[in-house]
Design a protein around this ligand. Sequence first.
Ligand SMILES: [Zn+2]
Length: 547
Amino acid sequence: MTGGIIYTARAVHTLNPSRPSGRAIAVRDGRVLSVGTIEECSRWGIDHVDKRFERDVIVPGFVEAHSHLMEGQWGQVPYVGRFDRTMPDGSIASGVSSIPDFLERLRTLLAAPRDVPFFVASGFDPIYFEGERLNRHHLDSVSMSTPIFIFHASGHLATVNTAFLTKYDIRAGHPTPGVGFGSDGEPNGELRETVALALARDEFVHLGKVFASEQCITDFGQAARLAGVTTATDLASPFLFRPEHASVVADIVNTPNFPIRLACAPMMRSQGKSIEDQLEALKTSRVHESDKFKIPVVKMMLDGSIQGFTAMMSWPGYITGEGHSFLLQTPEETFDMVARLTAERIGVHCHCNGDIASELFIDAVEYALGKYSWFDHRHTITHAQTITHAQLRRARNLGIGCNFFSNHLWFWGDQHYDITLGPDRASQINPAASATRLGIPFTLHSDASVTPIGQLHTMWAAVNRRTVSGRILGENETISPSVALQATTLGAAYLLHLDHLIGSLEVGKFADMTVLADDPLTVAPDDIRAIDVRDTLVGGVITSERS
Ligand SMILES: [Zn+2]
């Protein structure tokens, strides 16, 4: 066994508790061979020393345990969100600052040529704007003839115009749950959650094509790479309903130029197919697994989003009195699904934004574990934004992990304080410090494309808990940079059942590294998100040289 390369660095943080740091890392056959001094690394007979990262800091490659391939959509779907955003080609799309600004942007976009007879844009969120909430009349001022479908940033809601409503014959009294109505009894143009969104047949066929396109998957890989991510997730893959899609994604991910590993969590649903048929499709999909393409867990979903007022919140509900929440599947369906998955030794990451949803999932795990013992299940509440302290203690007892949506603190923190949850519950959203105190395994995520992919930002948000207005949202829930780094590397890998392969720099594990221009453990905590990502290595290969 010969060959290999040694990289030197200002510091190598390994996240290996027995050997936490070094000045050099040796790589052979795509795996970590040694971390320590150059002299120690040289003992394996390697004389090729590469000093290009000498001034930089090497950490384990970032693992994003809740993202979606649709983060790669921006080359094909216009972005109309509130904040400036980096596009796949590196350009910046500026955010819209008001409803009139947004409508002006739409007019420009609609004037451009399209290859479909309707218009779709994404990334919008009405909660940022004062005055009347965006409705069909606003969109009618842009076009009365072209059906317009504005997909909100949360992915849980959309606003459409009258031409759209006419096209699908959606009128007063329409029976589909989630169709919004104005005080006049007519549809107001808002569609909430899956069933109502599914009314947009052509638009979703179009978006489905975009999300499944080679360009979207490739752009996703690039966006993740630029943010320092070496393993990302697609946390709601459609493989259980379209198993043939797994080979399409696997083929793209397995090409040498694709710069990240991808872990997919196929979506389990309570409608359309039996649990047994979905488990069968999972087996079929897993045939395509490789070192770069994994299907380690599945996804479930119980409620909506806080900013869309569709998260299932218990008393006292939303501060504005608003509330459109409903469970996306019944407790019985949830108990059956979690029990069946537990029996099959399949970990589940369950979307729970509201505390009612968290409670239901915890109940379901307790029921499942009563029936089938599995000590190492690592079932995870993903988002867990409003999980209560009582629920955290139950999660700890049951071995449930949390994947916190820390970016919410920045992107919606002020809105949670003022409009949705109120000061008390807003100050304890994504309670990472409490999870740390209880020893609950957790990670931090972007839910890209809901917010941009990037672990330096999710770390920064959990460490500082600062909102756009400058408020510190719950200083007792801030965590240290080292805890945040652990969460975004090994913590994520652990909850994905992949920590034997990735997440830390230890002998035998994949040599996946993120090279940073500065040290997230020693810079001022407020500067963490501004650290420059110099490069990434996946399996010891420098990705900027491959893509
Ligand atoms: Zn998501």
